[in-house]
Design a protein around this ligand. Structure first.
Ligand code: SF4
Length: 365
């Protein structure tokens, strides 16, 4: 803990909070209310847990973007996994996917009705399961952003090298920069600055955000997960906005390099290729996904079993799409805390521990 204490120092927090107030005051003097968007689900939870919104002046709105991989997984993907389970395939998944609502039911409900759904703590566990003597065919639900994608891409290489005829992945991989383009170009979103993700940035590198600062004039600051990391990131964004600047600032240099992680990006490029992807509540974002390359098609469950993970349209009444675009805060949804709670989630933003609605429900009501 002693290393973390430096990032939780109360005196430093008070000093940064004052800098935040000063910058916000300069913006208020010219009549500006600004919207900052955090892009990472882990930031969303850390912001809620540490009460960061409570120190923000009234003219600073901090909203969540589409940075929780579970939240942006379309109902069609869940439906496809349930369909595969219905064909006798063993579905292996991280636990938080099980409660994500499909069109009619979740994997958890399918499991209660007899489907073979196994919770794994690592994808390698799913591969080992498929390699056991007499095992059924195993499909791993491979969902995530660049950080998760890199080890999964490497696992595809391991599966091919070591042989794994009963193992495949149903993928719903997504990449952050194309989603930021979609947000930057959506006139209804109106984000003034991005608080950029920490883990994803470790893979793609700080330079990946340069186009948002240069082309769209949106300040981008990469921040870590500790309270002072986040406060510093917010201070930096507000000072850039008050000064009329738009730069990429890397406040998380202890982890993120300008060039990112070349080895991880190579592993991704060797196994996967860019593809369009469906983001739940948002729709198709061109080039924002990653599909398994032809030479690894034997490990692509969609090809092996001929299932489609195509979008099923918005969930009736659920406003996850508006929450994920930062158009509304979670309590702006009529179902928040009533029809939709973590025990009875209507939409995926209430399911994941990193979902905006779940974070709001737990810490901000
Ligand atoms: S509160 Fe529930 S229904 Fe409303 S946006 Fe969030 S997840 Fe969807």
């Amino acid at each position: 803990m002693k290393y973390l204490d430096g990032y939780r120092d109360p005196d430093a927090a008070r000093y940064i909070a004052k800098r935040i107030r000063d910058a916000a005051e300069r913006l208020a003097r010219v009549g500006r209310t600004v919207r900052l968007m955090e892009i990472c689900g882990t930031h969303t939870m850390a912001i809620a847990r540490h009460g960061i919104r409570d120190v923000l002046p009234e003219n600073v709105v901090l909203c969540s973007g589409p940075g929780c991989p579970v939240c942006v997984t379309d109902a069609g993907y869940v439906d496809a996994a349930i369909e595969l389970a219905g064909r006798g395939v063993t579905i292996a998944s991280f636990g938080d996917m099980l409660r994500v609502p499909g069109t009619e039911r979740s994997l958890s409900e399918a499991r209660a009705e007899g489907a073979r759904v196994v919770v794994c703590y690592s994808p390698a566990e799913a591969l080992a399961l498929a390699r056991r003597d007499g095992a059924a065919e195993v499909v791993f639900l491979a969902v995530g952003f660049e950080t998760t994608v890199a080890p999964l891409a490497a696992l595809l290489g391991t599966a091919r090298a070591g042989g794994a005829s009963r193992f495949s992945m149903l993928t719903a991989f997504k990449t952050v920069p194309p989603a930021l383009v979609a947000l930057a170009e959506d006139p209804e979103v109106a984000v003034d600055a991005f608080l950029c993700p920490a883990h994803v940035s470790a893979v793609i590198g700080a330079r990946a955000y340069a186009p948002f600062a240069e082309r769209y004039g949106i300040p981008c600051t990469i921040a870590g997960f500790e309270p002072l990391d986040i406060l510093l990131g917010i201070q930096d964004l507000l000072e850039q906005l008050a000064d009329g600047e738009a730069r990429v600032v890397n406040q998380y240099r202890r982890v993120v390099k300008d060039e990112g992680n070349a080895k991880a990006r190579r592993a991704i490029a060797e196994a996967l290729e860019p593809a369009d992807a469906v983001w739940r509540g948002i729709g198709v974002i061109p080039g924002s996904g990653l599909a398994i390359r032809e030479e690894l098609a034997a490990f692509d469950a969609a090809r092996v079993y001929g299932v489609t993970t195509a979008g099923r349209g918005p969930d009736p009444g659920c406003q996850c799409g508006d929450v994920l675009k930062g158009k509304i805060l979670p309590d702006g949804c009529a179902m928040f805390g009533g029809a939709c709670t973590p025990d009875h989630p209507v939409g995926p933003c209430m399911v994941s521990g990193e979902g905006s609605c779940a974070a709001y429900y737990k810490y901000s009501r």
